[in-house]
Design a protein around this ligand. Sequence first.
Ligand code: WT7
Length: 566
Amino acid sequence: MSNIGSYEERIENFDWSISEEELGYKEGDVINIGWYCSDRICAQGKGDRPALLWENSTGEEKSYTYDDLRVCSNGIGAFLRSLGLKEGDRICLFMDRIPELYIGLLGILKIGAIAQPLFSAFGDESLFVRLENAGTSAVITQRKHASKLHKILDRLPDLKHIIIVDYDETRPLKEKEVAFSMDARRQDQLEIFPTRAESPSLLHYTSGTTGMPKGVQHVHYSLISQYLTAKWVLDITEDDIYWCTADPGWVTGTSYGIIAPWALGVTQVVLDSGFSAENWYRFIQKYRVTVWYSAPTAIRSLMKAGEEIVKQFDLSCLRHLVSVGEPLNAEAVTWSEKVFGLPFLDSYWQTETGSIMITNFPGMKIKPGSMGKTFPGIVGTVVDPQTYEPLQEPGRIGLIAFRPGWPAMMRTYWKNEETYQGKFKNGWYMPGDRARIDPQGYFWFIGRDDDVINTAGHLVSPFEVESVLLEHPAVAESAVVSKPDEINMEVVKAFVTLKPGFAVSEELELEIMNFIRKKLSSLAMPQEIEYVDSLPKTRSGKIMRRLLHAKEWGEEIGDTSTLEND
Ligand code: WT7
């Protein structure tokens, strides 16, 4: 089965009410994502269908039906309420990809609280800034991650509860900790909080160039976009076995790794273990995965592992492949066509947009290397960087711009309305990327319009890495840029000047690396530190990352007229 239809027809007759009607939602109704993803599917008589098939690195397996989702998320909601947590409270999910993470999100939403997922690899400093900014009341986590919280607890007055989902007597509970067992606390009934379209649902933190990470605030109405984009772009049907490889610490893992698939009633599979080509192919074969949503870095890693290994598995179950997060090079598309018999279709969006914006719509002609066209209902173009007027001539590079108003659009940056307002120019929402549009209306990604580094699909703020480097006693100044990398597209590189009295040595390098490793996530770790005598600066004293970046990428340096030491 498939949902594929003509792009032209869909774009012509499009209205978001198509999604509202399918979901049985009318303006002004109660809309709660937690309910839509579990109770509604059960009410349709599909409670016995598998919703989640889960496996971890030791081969342990678990499975949950839609009725299990319903009663387990009810149990979580009731437990959170018993702690005094309520609508509007920020509750953080800080876990590996265990079932409690996925179902916990539904439980939080069911009581009207705001879910704040954070990637479990975050170090204590990365965790601190995000929990402090959100004024988070509770964190749901595992024993192995709780120690990071205890290090920063003193500085987080709003944090009242640390909920441990894998408690056992070998480790006594510590300050503010409570034990909770999801499987033991199933509950048939729960009064679901009557959230409306504009009630806040999720807070996802994303990195910018200058300030601290920004909390992207979404609402329950985002479901309207997530549901229909998943149906039409990911082409999910009820018969599919769907695998989204993204971690719910990031928006792909929530929009399309929890909300959309479960609102569509599909069976999804989750692999909670590290990457290896063999392991991934084995997983696809074992669960008979049909629809696969992944990312360019993973695809490039699979390419590197080679074609021979693909032949050892029966992957004939696959029928539809989609990619997101970074530029998907044309070679990756042709390679996947060759080895899987199916091209990966690119999709473009971001944390702020909440749902897919530009994509190689299934059924339409694919141009390998292009991101495709706007999703129906999305008005997108490229504009002039000075005037913010659409560029009329096809092929000219400009800034991507969208007309605001699609359902999954963020509603603000948490406690940072000013930065949010700054994302709009001349009536357009500016995602901060550059592209060109060809005469057929296909978008071709050029690059970001800021210094944010996209390493393996994860955005890293140079500012955040620089700030942590500066905390080290030997570091005087630092500038963080990207450098090219075969698999991850780009990786983090730091330039550092040392304070007087410190000299470059292997020991110092190791010490600095260890110092920052504890504070950042593994993704944000510099792959290289280059020690320099001085950093290029503007006359006003601002470090010019642009110059260092150009050097790493072998690009033209461009206008240096504002340089201090040129
Ligand atoms: C940024 C958003 C929502 C997806 C997960 C990342 C880059 C995203 C593509 C693509 C080239 C892409 C953009 C975007 N990006 N998709 N198909 N081709 N670049 O969400 O962390 O908010 O990152 O990732 O630069 O703005 P995110």
